[in-house]
Design a protein around this ligand. Structure first.
Ligand code: SF4
Length: 358
């Protein structure tokens, strides 16, 4: 795959302080830093030449040394429900996906933090394709800026969820820098970081001053089942995870969201619901139930329960006092639904599904 050989420093993803350091020998006045910062993130310019509030000479000097690495959109797939999946190509040839989800009262971008995922959850297409490198802070923020520009949306009022490709807490430094930039325009209450529960990362997030919402990819309420579908549970089993979550500081009114993918005959029984209630007791929690999106690479076992079983599971949680919603499937006709992000440019022919005998 073709890669970029541009060796100029990428401005995208630099915090205000790092930007000031990078620009120090090029700019003529200190306030230029703020002008360039705003051009990068508020106006999402693609090239230094678009910074028309700077003089021509300064723009030329900047262009010699710096580039703006906005990820390139190489493909867009629009689902019948308005959900739009974007494929981005990064300068080194890596591909990632992000999804724009329009709803009646809000607009949510689901973005990626890694170009793949090493954690191999058995219900997840991204995990099926394996590990990919960490995204830079610029590549993370760049997904938001690029989709925003494409859809002509202001930054303010957007909701951002780190639920695309990758485990954000395994790329925490870059995710944190991206959050610091994004939260200048978007409230941290509108941003959700979703994790399988990497404990050192959770401890670090607990110490942040401006924390985003926290979502935990739980998917089973006992270690045996969780380890079966999420190998990372063998490293960070439920007891330690739940203890860390009980210590996690939550401001008034905030709750931890627990994502629970419902898989037929695996984690969808009333007994599973009761275990979940017990596991979450005493926590400020809400549960997001997600009937699994089948995909040929996941194999025959990964199918959703029927509607009756989904209703029964939800009702059981509600009866026991838990807030439980069922996430409506969005964008599944373009593989943009939860657990289906794979970098669609990399889908080879003839792939053998997990457990398939063909
Ligand atoms: S569900 Fe998340 S952590 Fe698990 S393999 Fe998929 S992207 Fe990785």
């Amino acid at each position: 795959m073709e890669t970029t050989t541009d060796t100029r420093t990428d401005l995208l993803g630099l915090s205000r302080e790092r930007l000031a350091e990078a620009l120090a020998s090029v700019i003529d006045r200190p306030f230029r830093v703020e002008q360039i910062y705003q051009a990068l993130y508020a106006r999402a310019v693609r090239d230094v030449s678009e910074m028309t509030d700077l003089g021509k000479e300064l723009r030329a000097r900047l262009a010699e040394r710096f580039r703006i690495g906005l990820p390139e959109i190489t493909e867009k797939r629009l689902a019948s429900d308005g959900t739009c999946k974007y494929l981005f190509k990064l300068p080194d040839g890596a591909t990632i996906e992000a999804v724009d989800i329009p709803e009646r009262h809000r607009r949510t971008f689901c973005i990626s933090s890694q170009a793949g995922c090493a954690l191999a959850c058995s219900f997840c297409v991204t995990g099926y394709w394996g590990a990919g490198r960490n995204l830079t802070a610029g590549e993370i923020v760049g997904q938001v800026l690029a989709i925003r520009a494409e859809a002509s949306l202001p930054m303010e009022g957007l909701n951002i969820v780190f639920m695309g490709m990758g485990e954000p807490l395994l790329n925490l430094e870059n995710v944190k820098t991206a959050l610091d930039i994004l939260t200048e325009w978007i409230s941290p209450h509108r941003i959700t970081v979703s994790t399988v529960g990497i404990l050192p990362g959770l401890e670090e997030m607990a110490g942040w001053e401006r924390r985003p919402n926290l979502a935990i990819s739980l998917h089973a309420a006992d270690d045996e089942k969780r380890s079966e579908i999420m190998p990372i549970n063998r490293t960070w089993p439920l007891a330690g995870l739940m203890a860390a979550l009980r210590r996690y500081p939550l401001e008034k009114g905030r709750k931890i969201t627990f994502e629970y993918i419902l898989i037929r005959d695996l984690n969808d029984s009333v007994r599973d619901a009761d275990r979940l209630v017990k596991l979450l007791s005493g926590l400020r929690a809400k549960v997001n139930l997600i009937p699994i999106n089948p995909d040929r690479v996941l194999g025959d076992r990964m199918v959703p329960p029927d509607d009756e079983a989904i209703d029964r599971f939800q009702e059981r949680l509600r009866q026991k006092g838990l807030i439980a919603t069922v996430r409506r499937r969005r964008g599944d006709d373009v593989s943009a639904a939860c657990g289906q992000l794979r970098a669609f440019g990399r889908d080879p022919r003839g792939v053998r599904a997990r457990g398939a005998a063909r």
